[in-house]
Design a protein around this ligand. Structure first.
Ligand code: HEM
Length: 314
């Protein structure tokens, strides 16, 4: 693929990686929010409940919007598959290839799997109460299937399915969605409103849950990321600076380190100290900055997945 088709294909990866992370982030933060808000109301002892910082209605709209983005991307993906297989950007030429690709290739089988997971998630978001047990199990299944589908359509599937590298890449997609998704939703939507509505104590209570989950996700992100990088670099660092893929990975890891620093400052400098309005304002700014860095990391990840790693040149 080259030119406009390649740019559109990279944009498609970035948009779907981000929509997936936002879905995971919205589902997880919703649970923390409910727990934190009910605790805040109990301690405030106020008879008049304060409106949630991220209402059920707003959460459903964001989930629906992201699921529709995934559905649109899924609908156009076969054309881009055809373009990458044919090397041509002919609209009609690639359209003619789609039936064969969907009926007789590995990518075609995965397309149906992903399409089924997106359809099930969409139905659950529309018809099942968010946070109910059925909704949790349906969402969880769809999210794991989509993460596997993503790993199995990428470079991690070069040696077949259900290999260690494919399982680790599935874990990478899940853990990175937890970390980046919860930071995006918390830093851009929840915490700024929370700080206004509920005061520093509630912000501290919520952000501690966020920081704990980010720490666990980080361990899985690093283990899976380093393993996959080592493999796709052919177990030598040379490919880091001698290939486009390697240079993108360097840029990505640099931004991951920046996100790590911002997270560490939030955790050790602010959450480790007393919750005050001044510190709360700083924490809101730190989380918003970390969210912006996550957008850059997700963009570089989509670019990375769309470039050939040194391993594929062997
Ligand atoms: C917040 C941190 C991170 C996020 C959000 C993130 C996100 C992602 C995503 C979404 C993909 C799939 C890209 C695609 O195929 O479209 C990916 C792939 C990958 N990531 Fe990460 N990642 C993170 C950290 C890391 C780290 C720290 C490393 C290395 C130490 C790493 C190495 C890789 C590699 C090697 C791939 C596979 C690229 C390929 O298929 O060629 N990631 N990452």
């Amino acid at each position: 693929m080259k030119g406009t088709v390649l740019i559109l294909s990279v944009l498609l990866s970035i948009v779907t990686d981000s929509a997936f992370a936002l879905i995971v982030g919205t589902l997880l933060t919703g649970r923390w929010l409910e727990a934190t808000e009910s605790a805040a109301e109990l301690s405030a002892g106020s008879a008049i409940p304060i409106q949630s910082a991220f209402t059920l209605r707003a959460r459903r709209s964001l989930l629906l919007g992201c699921a529709l983005v995934l559905a649109f991307a899924q609908a156009v993906r076969p054309w881009f598959l055809a373009a990458s297989m044919s090397g041509s950007s002919s609209l009609h030429g690639n359209l003619a290839l789609i039936p064969t690709i969907l009926s007789s290739t590995h990518q075609g089988t995965l397309w149906y799997l992903n399409a089924a997971a997106i359809a099930a998630f969409l139905m659950a978001t529309v018809f099942v109460r968010i946070g109910s047990t059925p909704a949790v199990w349906i969402s969880l299944t769809c999210i794991v299937v989509l993460a596997f589908g993503k790993a199995a359509t990428g470079h991690a599937a070069d040696q077949g399915d259900f290999t260690l590298v494919e399982i680790l890449q599935t874990i990478h997609i899940l853990a990175t969605a937890i970390w980046s998704g919860t930071i995006l939703v918390s830093g851009l939507l929840i915490v700024p409103r929370f700080a206004q509505q509920r005061g520093p104590a509630a912000v501290w209570n919520y952000t501690r849950r966020l920081s704990k989950s980010a720490t666990y996700a980080l361990i899985a992100v690093l283990v899976s990321g380093i393993y996959t990088s080592d493999r796709e670099l052919n177990n030598t660092l040379n490919g880091l600076w001698s290939s486009t893929w390697g240079k993108i990975l360097i840029a990505k890891v640099a931004f991951v380190l920046l996100a790590l620093c911002l997270g560490a400052i939030s955790r050790f400098r602010y959450l480790g100290a007393e919750a005050t309005p001044g510190r709360s304002a700083q924490l809101v700014r730190l989380l918003a900055s970390e969210a912006v860095v996550m957008i850059v990391i997700l963009s570089l990840s989509g670019l990375l997945g769309s470039n050939a790693p040194p391993m594929s040149e062997m």
